[in-house]
Design a binder for this molecule. Structure first.
Ligand SMILES: O=C(O)c1cc(=O)[nH]c(=O)n1[C@@H]1O[C@H](COP(=O)(O)O)[C@@H](O)[C@H]1O
Length: 246
């Protein structure tokens, strides 16, 4: 850690700034009051399958667990899913800054929010892994944002992480603007276990990490790859869940 005098000088020259709007804040990796108020955290009244908040009139219970309309319509291959935020306002800006602006400091607070979201579904011996990017996308972006989130979350939870557990070997174009069916078609056979890593998940629970969940097609293809390699159980977490009319 830097000497206190050096820290003070650095803070004077480079005062901490809000991660989203750049206003002055009290400490590093923080948000200003206005941006903080606009973070759409998901509370406990959430779907057990994808983490979406349960809206009024939608709370259809299946046994003990709540499932949103989407999860009642689309069969989810994973056991449980969580999301920390709704994909809007400050959360959306943070994800776009991380993904397209190389603002890796966003990982610091968001990995804590994700770690808190999954504490109730973590099984003993869980291995954390990100959804993979195709190598061409990785070259262009220089890092996998979901791997950065997975690594930081794993550290916070003191759980092992395998950043290259899965491979995306089909070059898929951006999912932006695609319909639900097109996304599922597009992701079919696109993701597989890394041949040198599949032993790590045999007989073991896996927690898959993505930055955003829209339809769940990417997480479903990744889940299937884990089961193909013998994972005993798969749960998923996204930093943000896209919610209709949010
Ligand atoms: O990388 C993408 O394809 C992508 C583009 C985009 O504009 N928005 C977006 O969410 N994605 C990715 O699409 C995935 C979520 O979409 P679904 O598979 O439909 O849930 C995540 O892996 C996102 O990183």
């Amino acid at each position: 850690m830097a000497h206190p005098a050096l820290q003070t000088t650095l803070a004077l020259v480079y005062p901490p700034r809000c991660l989203t709007c750049g206003d002055r804040v009290d400490s590093d990796f923080g948000l200003c009051g206005t941006c903080w108020r606009d973070v759409a955290f998901i509370g406990s009244n959430a779907c057990d399958g994808c983490g979406a908040p349960i809206l009024d009139g939608e709370d259809i219970a299946q046994g003990e667990a709540l499932r949103c309309d989407d999860c009642l319509t689309i069969a989810r291959p994973w056991r449980k899913g969580r999301a920390a935020l709704i994909y809007k306002e400050t959360g959306r800006k943070m994800i776009l800054a991380l993904k397209h602006g190389d603002r890796q400091e966003v990982v610091h607070p968001t990995s804590l929010w994700m770690a808190n979201a999954v504490r109730d579904i973590l099984e003993p011996r869980t291995l954390i892994a990100p959804v993979p990017l195709h190598w061409t996308r990785l070259l262009k972006r220089r890092f996998n944002q979901s791997a950065a989130l997975a690594n930081a979350m794993a550290q916070r939870l003191d759980v092992p992480c395998c950043p290259d557990l899965l491979q995306r070997f089909k070059r898929t174009r951006s999912l932006d603007g695609m319909t639900r069916d097109a996304r599922f078609r597009h992701l079919q056979d696109a993701i597989a276990p890394h041949p040198k890593r599949r032993h790590r998940m045999a007989g073991r629970p896996v927690l898959l990490v993505d930055d955003v969940m829209t339809t769940g097609a990417t997480l479903a293809a990744s889940t299937q790859a884990c089961y193909d390699a013998g994972a005993s159980d798969v749960c998923v977490v996204a930093l943000a869940r896209v919610v209709k009319d949010a």
